[in-house]
Design a protein around this ligand. Structure first.
Ligand code: NAD
Length: 347
């Protein structure tokens, strides 16, 4: 029996961004079609081009669709600089309280790096810290950005990290902070982490100052298992962990709230390579697989992940960012062929 049989079609909201967004989205559409994934995408254009057309970065209908489906796959969006725009990503995470940003960094045997055994999952608090958007101009000489850390929001992200560790057989959760300097805000985050840790005696709980963490990550990433941290440290450290495994083209992510979830690659719209047909769609494909796991279509996610793994390990059709020569479409075509082969073998 094929994986498609007896599955009702599910609707997922899709935001089409800009830069490399359309190219890597085409890859997802082709791969989903080959795998007969029972998902219908409700697609909306978002970003600066949409603003120029209709005066809104995200149209009202796009918000309405996400509020109805509760699941969103989002391709990267350029944040216009210096025009008073708030990042669309920050907007989405705050508007829908998508508080847990889950970012796994796992080495792939097909990608040669100095760190072949990296397997680090970061839980980044997604709604407060310096991203709370509270800024004020005191004078022409002085600007303030306010860092907000609350007990309740610290507790739920710490709990998410420990729950994940327990459910997925992980051994250790490390809290990353700068409580030696920011004694109140980071002090609260660390204190809450230590309180939550008491409910998980089966998991090792330790902590590290963020600058020491940055150094230790590049000296020996195998020291780390699950990280939990505030918004800004998580943003920076997960670009670092993506570098350990071969770059941002290989790092998926989920932004999960109480009953809504948004899935996206960690990377941005990469304007430097947009339109050149060389972007690596893997991070976005893996994000799409996480979305499929989230809505209970794990068998389709596994099929797509197997195809990605086989094509990457064969090493013939990989993209430039990981040492290959293939274009985005050549890599996608190879994935489509591999999926068809895997389906035929299973029939
Ligand atoms: P970026 O992640 O877009 O690019 C950083 C570097 O990585 C570039 O050299 C780029 O070519 C490369 N790269 C990124 N994705 C790649 C892929 N899939 N395959 C191969 N190479 C890839 O970061 P940036 O240049 O700092 O930001 C560009 C724009 O994206 C900005 O407007 C920023 O605000 C926005 N951004 C959006 C998101 C999002 O939508 N989630 C995230 C980060 C940045």
């Amino acid at each position: 029996m094929r994986a498609t049989d007896n599955k009702a079609i599910k609707t997922v909201t899709f935001f089409m961004g800009d830069g490399i967004g359309p190219e890597i989205s085409d890859s997802v559409f082709a791969v989903f079609q080959a795998a007969h994934v029972p998902v219908r995408f409700d697609i909306y254009n978002v970003g600066e081009a949409e603003y120029n057309r209709n005066g809104k970065l995200i149209p009202d209908e796009a918000f309405a669709s996400f509020e109805k489906t509760k699941v969103l796959l989002k391709s990267p969006i350029t944040t216009p600089v210096g025009k008073g725009f708030r990042s669309l990503n920050v907007t989405m995470r705050k508007k829908y309280d998508l508080y847990a940003n889950f970012r796994p960094a796992k080495s792939n045997p097909a990608v040669v790096t100095p760190f072949p055994n990296t397997d680090i999952v970061t839980f980044r608090e997604n709604t407060e810290d310096l991203y709370a958007g509270i800024e004020e101009q005191i004078s022409d000489d002085e600007m303030h950005s306010i860092k907000v850390i609350t007990r309740s929001k610290s507790e739920r992200i710490c709990r998410s990290a420990f729950e994940f560790a327990r459910n997925c057989g992980r051994k250790k959760v490390t809290c990353i902070h700068k409580a030696n300097i920011m004694k109140l805000s980071d002090g609260l985050f660390l204190h809450v982490f230590e309180e939550v840790a008491k409910d998980y005696p089966d998991i090792i709980a330790d902590n590290m100052i963020v600058d020491a963490c940055a150094m230790n990550l590049v000296l020996d990433p195998t020291k780390f298992d699950v990280l939990v941290t505030e918004n800004l440290y998580g943003d920076i450290l997960t670009d670092l962990t993506s570098g350990l495994i071969g770059g941002v083209g290989l790092m998926p992510s989920a932004n999960v709230g109480t009953d809504m979830a948004m899935f996206e690659a960690v990377h941005g719209s990469a304007p430097d390579i947009a339109g050149k047909n060389i972007a690596n769609p893997t991070a976005f494909l893996w994000s799409a697989c996480m979305m499929l796991d989230h809505i209970g279509l794990n068998d389709y996610a596994d099929l797509i992940r197997s195809a990605i793994s086989n094509v990457m390990n064969a090493g013939v059709h990989t993209t430039r960012d990981i040492g290959g020569n293939a274009s985005t479409t050549e890599y996608t075509d190879a994935l489509v062929s591999e999926i068809k082969k895997l389906i035929a073998m299973a029939a």
